[in-house]
Design a protein around this ligand. Structure first.
Ligand code: ZN
Length: 252
């Protein structure tokens, strides 16, 4: 039995057994951990608030054969404004689902942890949720080992400018090489590059222009689906909130 005290962000929480809850946590040094919180559904449980998805606490855990057990949680950071806003919360839920699905159990993941925590902080600070969403998608792909090339054409290596297309597996194709792929305007290309390149604290200061939002609506989803081997369940609701523009543009 190993006892562990660690910072952790709750990715997911569901009922387990008679009165328990099962949480999926992401921690900086121990990666993704699944842990049971015994009796957490009883009204007198002191753990309730700390088990909410998209909250961070310092957890005390004891390892078991398959699952950890939560023995305590303190120093809760709740991101209240995030939890009170539909679209920011849907973005957070979607990015946390991607992390949950892409991380192996107990593989150290300090970069993913730092990225999620930074994005939740910015969503809570009411930065533009869609810009943060695109940054989360591009950066999660990179952390999964599939960094996109967004500056040079992935086929001819020429500079990609307005009119370039997006190949889900790799990055951008210049206007000459893109074939039947839908063209991206200058704003969409700039937004993609900002999503990938800006320092984390600078993200989401500027909303993405409407036309670029439509163009980017579906280009990153297929890239993630390919890498995850499935479509995150929370994307449908997110796309509903983003509006029709996000669903019908850029289909190959
Ligand atoms: Zn090219």
């Amino acid at each position: 039995m190993e006892r562990l005290t660690t910072d952790a962000l709750v990715l997911r929480c569901r009922d387990h057994g008679e009165a328990d809850r099962l949480v999926h946590l992401i921690t900086p040094r121990h990666g993704r951990i699944r842990a049971v919180a015994r009796s957490a559904r009883r009204p007198q449980s002191r753990l309730t608030g700390s088990l909410m998805p998209a909250t961070r606490s310092v957890f005390t855990l004891v390892s078991g054969r398959e699952l950890y057990t939560v023995t305590g949680a303190r120093g809760q950071e709740r991101f209240d404004r995030l939890h009170a806003s539909l679209l920011p919360m849907a973005v957070a839920t979607y990015l946390m689902e991607i992390a949950d699905q892409s991380l192996g159990e107990r593989d150290p993941a300090p970069e993913v942890y730092g990225l999620l925590l930074g994005l939740l902080t910015l969503l809570d600070a009411q930065r533009d949720p869609e810009a943060l969403l695109r940054a989360g998608e591009v950066r999660m792909l990179a952390l999964m080992g599939f960094a996109l090339d967004l500056h040079r054409c992935v086929r001819c290596r020429g500079e990609a400018q307005a009119g370039a297309g997006f190949a889900p597996a790799r990055g951008v194709l210049c206007a000459r090489c893109r074939g039947a792929l839908a063209p991206l305007g200058a704003d969409a290309l700039a937004a993609l590059r900002s999503a990938a390149d800006l320092p984390l604290p600078e993200l989401g200061r500027e909303p993405i222009p409407a036309q670029a939002r439509r163009e980017l609506g579906t280009v990153l989803g297929p890239a993630l689906d390919q890498r995850l081997g499935r479509t995150p369940r929370s994307r449908a609701y997110l796309q509903q909130l983003l509006g029709p523009g996000a669903q019908d543009a850029g289909e190959p």
